[in-house]
Design a protein around this ligand. Structure first.
Ligand code: ZN
Ligand code: MN
Length: 476
């Protein structure tokens, strides 16, 4: 029997904060600037003799994150120098935080949060232009939040990989809801690192490997799964000791992790308090109670409210959680409809039909709340068939209009008027003697082909129930 291994995962996530200016100077913080070395000054270029000044907004953003995850906001906090040499940080150190992070503790998804601190982002190295390297300082000094979680031990590799990826997704949502970061992983605005180990003994940790370069939620999941499988296989082959503490990268094209360097430990960085910046008393500098009261509704609260108020499916709720604008529009539609059954119909049409149309055509936009609610009312009151409803929806997402008027103009309102439907039914019976004969010979299913023809002839406006009843009566 195969032995059981327990994976343990800890996460470190960096996110660039959305502020007007950089962390310690007044240069513009613009992640979309494509021209290199535009948003730079002597401070963020690390010229000697320059002095940093703290960006209060960046501190405020980290405090908001701390409040949102139920962490403790430090009373005393300070910045430290993290010393290391690399061309993207020409000062020879990164201003970061060590002993006194802004936030300690907190909880999100399956992970306990250890700390959230603030630091400066580095410049961007470009190694891909030839046999030389270029450095772009637009990113140097951009406020960077770092969140570290406690290690969590899981029952199996799949669960561990999925859980890490959903943690990252949930954090991205919180950053969006708080408006503190765009947290776009593909653009490097949010960067995930995972500390990974496996052990055959649930109470003893294995050797830890750190995996970097994870720039999508999918790659977080795949890289962790790959790395755990690699480690488990080494154990299985009696080569457990070949697992060494190191940093590994994720190669997206090969779908593999690869060794990058042996890991430094924190004393290599010679951390010490940054002498050029003042210490901070956050409880004096900020009204934390007020900030907590003014937090926006967060994803978790929104999920509960949508469930309680509208009783819609969990996957529908996730669609609105992920697309806040769509959620707001749905809520307005729901308010106007004011009836749980109609709201459920509306949500179905939004998450399946509307989102389907949107996926195939970027010009698709939500129609006005009034017109969309009108469409749902027509469906709920049986005035149009679902086929007609879909056709009308496809029209009004491109050019907003009144569904009632469109249905009226095109003669698509459900014909519940027996006389009109009867004329069509008689016509179809007359035109299809063979089908009629088959039905009369005992093949009851044959009637469905006649129903289809009647509905088509009525351009979808005949009510199928009425058509069936009428056909049966007439063919007795
Ligand atoms: Zn600057
Ligand atoms: Mn960091």
């Amino acid at each position: 029997m195969e032995k059981k291994y327990y994976p343990t995962i800890g996460l470190e996530i960096h996110a660039e904060l959305k502020t007007q200016t950089k962390m310690f100077c007044s240069c513009k913080n613009d992640p979309d600037e494509e021209k290199p070395n535009v948003n730079v000054c002597p401070v963020c270029m690390a010229h000697p003799g320059t002095l940093p000044v703290i960006n209060k907004k960046a501190i405020e953003n980290v405090i908001k994150v701390g409040l949102a995850i139920g962490g403790t906001i430090a009373d005393f906090t300070e910045f430290d120098r993290k010393n290391y040499f690399y061309p993207d940080i020409p000062k020879g150190y990164q201003i970061s935080q060590y002993k006194y992070p802004i936030v300690s503790g907190g909880k999100l998804a399956d992970f306990d949060v250890t700390r959230v601190h603030l630091e400066e982002d580095t410049a961007n190295n470009k190694h891909d232009r030839g046999d030389f390297s270029l450095i772009d300082f637009n990113r140097a000094g951009v406020p960077l939040m770092e969140l570290v979680t406690e290690p969590v031990t899981f029952e199996d590799a799949d669960k561990a990989a999925k859980s890490a990826s959903s943690f990252a997704k949930e954090l991205q949502l919180i950053l969006w809801y708080l408006g503190v970061s765009e947290a776009n992983m593909e653009k490097g605005e949010m960067r995930v690192e995972a500390n990974i180990s496996v052990s055959p003994d649930k109470n003893k940790l294995g050797t830890k490997v750190e995996v970097k370069n994870l720039n999508s939620f999918k790659s977080v999941e795949k890289a962790i799964k790959f790395e755990l499988d690699r480690m488990i296989e080494l154990h299985e082959n009696g080569k457990g000791e070949e697992i060494v503490q190191e940093t590994r990268g994720w190669d997206e094209s090969k779908q593999k992790t690869f060794s990058q360097r042996k890991k430094e430990s924190s004393h290599d960085y010679r951390y010490f308090p940054e002498p050029d910046l003042p210490k901070m008393k956050l409880h004096e500098a900020f009204d934390l109670e007020k900030m907590e009261k003014e937090l926006p509704e967060l994803p978790l609260e929104k999920r509960l409210r949508y469930k309680n108020d509208f009783g819609i499916k969990d996957e529908d709720i996730e669609s609105y959680i992920n697309d806040k604008e769509l959620g707001i529009w749905f809520e307005e539609v729901a308010k106007l409809l004011g009836n749980v059954d109609k709201i459920k119909i509306a949500s179905n049409y939004i998450t399946s039909d509307y989102m389907g149309l949107k996926k195939n055509n970027l010009e698709v936009l939500p129609p006005s709340v009034k017109n969309f609610a009108e469409l749902i009312n027509l469906i709920a009151e049986n005035k149009i068939s679902s086929r007609v409803a879909k056709d009308i929806l496809a029209i009004i997402v491109l050019k907003d209009g009144s569904p009632l008027q469109i249905a009226g103009d095109k003669g698509l309102l459900q014909k519940n008027d027996e006389g009109e439907v009867k004329a069509i039914v008689q016509k179809i019976i007359g035109e299809n003697p063979e089908v009629v004969a088959t039905y009369k010979a005992g093949k009851e299913n044959a009637i469905m082909s006649l129903v289809g023809k009647v509905i088509k002839e009525s351009k979808g406006s005949a009510n199928p129930q009425i058509v069936i009843k009428m056909l049966k009566d007439l063919l007795k």
